[in-house]
Design a protein around this ligand. Structure first.
Ligand code: PLP
Length: 355
């Protein structure tokens, strides 16, 4: 991949027109991601979320957007209501600098509560342009959406003419080539991608049903553009990454590594009498310092963050750097899965027993 970036750098880093690599990358995304008929490249997950919401509002003629507590969709003002990630770590409800009127059209519902979503839709479904959801929440710690919850969202949105937007910025090409949509067998109307698809360079994408995407300018009236979108360096890195993943999908190895780490945490916690619940989907996991399973944001916030911080520091002292926040995901990588899992498990064991 470094070679791909170097050779593209020698040929030019930015042009005032789309490049072939941009089209190739788009074709690869369309090939693998369920429901992706047309796709547009942007520079960040934040931009992908902003653009998809704008499109949803234009396509439906409605203004309200539903998101879930602890769900993170980048830092667009109107999506910073009850957001996860760094916002959760800081413990602020939104962010200073975001006027309340900016989030007034954002309805926030509890995650994994299909009944609450059904009640909300019974009353206000006709006002809702889009439901924006991380199928596996990764920004309140890892909390997989239940099939019942995601299935109900698909049913409610279809019934009320609302668009379902899957935020797969983390799960895309992480849970598998087909992302969370493939894992759950549920297809959204629009999908957000980012992170992995840029191979470490600034690149993200949004896409979905062709009849919707055709409403974006210049074909349609909904404006969205970006000077550096589909940038040649980023597309070179993204293409190299996706080709590598497709040629030899690493998911079984990654998931096995994560499963081994989960088992080590559970075993150490059980024998040391430490309350830990592991939230895991594929190669994403979070040890929650909690005696009961964590299903939503309020349960995640109920965990013992002080105890997590102590675990973090004990691990750091033993040479292991995990996310410093209780509300972030641990990710298993290829090098970790292939060579370091056993060593990591034994250091986790020592650190948890020291709790
Ligand atoms: C990281 C993230 C984003 C925002 O992406 P940026 O590239 O940081 O703007 C959006 N949604 C989810 C689920 C994310 O994890």
């Amino acid at each position: 991949m470094v070679g791909a970036i170097q050779s593209q750098a020698a040929r030019g880093t930015s042009f005032g027109a789309p490049t072939e690599a941009e089209t190739e990358l788009a074709e690869l995304l369309v090939e693998h991601v369920p429901g992706l008929q047309m796709v547009r490249l942007v520079n960040s997950g934040t931009e992908a979320a902003m653009s998809a919401v704008r499109l949803a509002r234009a396509a439906t003629g409605r203004d309200v957007v539903v998101k879930f507590e602890g769900g993170y969709h980048g830092h667009a003002d109107h999506l910073l209501a009850s957001a996860g990630s760094g916002v959760a770590t800081l413990g602020v409800p939104g962010s200073p600098g975001v006027p309340e009127v900016f989030t007034a059209l954002t309805a926030v519902l509890p995650y994994n509560a299909p009944d609450v979503a059904a009640e909300f839709f019974a009353e206000r479904g006709g006002e809702v342009a889009a439901v924006l959801v991380e199928p596996v929440a990764g920004n309140m710690g890892v909390v997989p959406g239940t099939p019942e919850f995601l299935g109900e969202l698909r049913r409610l949105t279809t019934e009320s003419g609302t668009l379902l937007i899957f935020d797969e910025v983390i799960t895309g090409f992480r849970l598998g080539l087909a992302g969370a949509a493939g894992t759950y067998g549920i297809t959204a109307d629009l999908t957000l991608l980012g992170k992995i698809i840029g191979g470490g360079l600034p690149l993200a994408a949004y896409g979905g049903r062709a009849d919707l995407m055709r409403q974006m300018a210049p074909e349609g009236p909904v404006y969205q553009a970006g000077t550096l979108s589909g940038n040649p360096l980023a597309t070179a890195a993204g293409l190299a990454t996706l080709h590598t993943l497709a040629a030899d999908p690493p998911y079984q190895r990654l998931d096995a590594g994560a499963a081994a780490i989960e088992a080590a945490i559970v075993a150490a916690a059980a024998s040391a009498g430490v309350p830990v619940q592991v939230g895991r989907a594929g190669s994403m996991l979070t040890p929650f310092m909690s005696a009961t399973v964590v299903k939503d944001y309020s349960e995640a916030r109920g965990c013992d963050s002080t105890m997590y911080a102590a675990l973090f520091h004990r691990l750091l002292d033993s040479g292991v750097y995990v996310p410093p926040s209780q509300f972030e995901s641990w990710f298993v990588s290829e090098p970790l899965a292939s060579t370091h899992v056993d060593e990591l498990c034994s250091r986790l064991d020592v650190a948890i027993r020291g709790q």
